[in-house]
Design a binder for this molecule. Structure first.
Ligand code: ADP
Ligand code: MG
Length: 245
């Protein structure tokens, strides 16, 4: 059998526990993600979800184990891996539009400014941001709008792998629902692989092709991952045509 697109092999993370000992967050965690899959990783607070994501993003190194994408070992950040954090991480001194253009120019330094701007506007429109609002700075946008900009910026870069760490965690339920729909729409037309962290089981069931559950029950000292395949495979086209799904 061929290797999956993203392969996490025997990943172990230990941290100093602050009392001279060691905290093992997870040990020998192994799983794979196929190209084009939308995988959610679900687990309670503190079980190591963000730690795994930072490792996949190349922002942190595990204690041991390797991550491979397209068969190549991941080390350090790369434009092939886009990241959306819970707290938006937009550049505060740039408008929404310029934040997205900044990302596009990083990916395509040879593109002329008007091409990069048209591309950025196109992706902002996909998440419902059009007109004057794109000229506002992050501080002048609502939380939902800021997260829309982050998502537009990430997708506009066409990363092979998109990593989302509780992107809707700070949003109210109504806004969350709308942006979840937009995320499915913007993703539905691509071949992009999405790895999203959440602690919301409804969100995982709504969005994912497959859910990885990080458990850390009373008898398990170390988180282990359990895989759940959604029994009803989603039809992407259907979701695009029925935005209220
Ligand atoms: P989650 O995202 O699932 O809520 P995290 O991955 O942020 O959890 O953290 C998992 C565990 O590792 C927590 O107990 C946290 O306190 C600990 N931890 C995370 N980062 C560090 C660090 N840099 N140093 C020490 N402990 C850490
Ligand atoms: Mg976290």
């Amino acid at each position: 059998m061929s290797k999956p697109f993203l392969s996490i092999e025997r990943l172990t993370q230990k941290f100093p526990d602050g009392q001279g000992g060691e905290l093992t967050v997870f040990e020998n965690a192994s799983f794979g993600v196929e190209k084009g899959e939308f995988v959610c990783i679900l687990g309670h607070s503190g079980c190591g979800k963000s730690t795994i994501m930072n490792i996949l993003a190349g922002l942190a190194e595990p204690t041991s184990g390797v991550v491979k994408m397209d068969g190549m070992e991941v080390s350090g950040p790369s434009l092939d891996r886009g990241v959306v954090f819970q707290n938006y991480s937009l550049l505060p001194w740039l408008s929404a539009l310029k934040n997205v253009i900044f990302g596009v120019k990083a990916r395509h330094p040879d593109w002329p400014r008007d091409k990069a701007e048209a591309h950025a506007r196109d992706f902002l429109a996909k998440v419902g941001l059009e007109g004057d609002v794109v000229h506002r700075k992050p501080s002048q946008l609502s939380g939902g709008m800021r997260q829309r900009v982050s998502i537009a910026r990430a997708f506009a870069n066409h990363p092979k792998l998109l990593l989302l760490d509780e992107p809707f965690g700070a949003l109210d339920a109504l806004t969350r629902g709308t942006i979840q729909d937009e995320l499915l729409k913007i993703w539905g037309g691509t071949e992009q692989t999405v790895f999203m962290i959440t602690h919301d089981i409804d969100e995982a069931i709504l969005l994912a092709d497959r859910i990885l559950l990080m458990t850390n029950g009373p008898f398990a000292r170390v988180a282990e991952s359990v895989e759940i395949t959604i029994p009803r495979p989603r039809n992407r086209t259907e979701i695009v045509e029925h935005p209220n799904y």
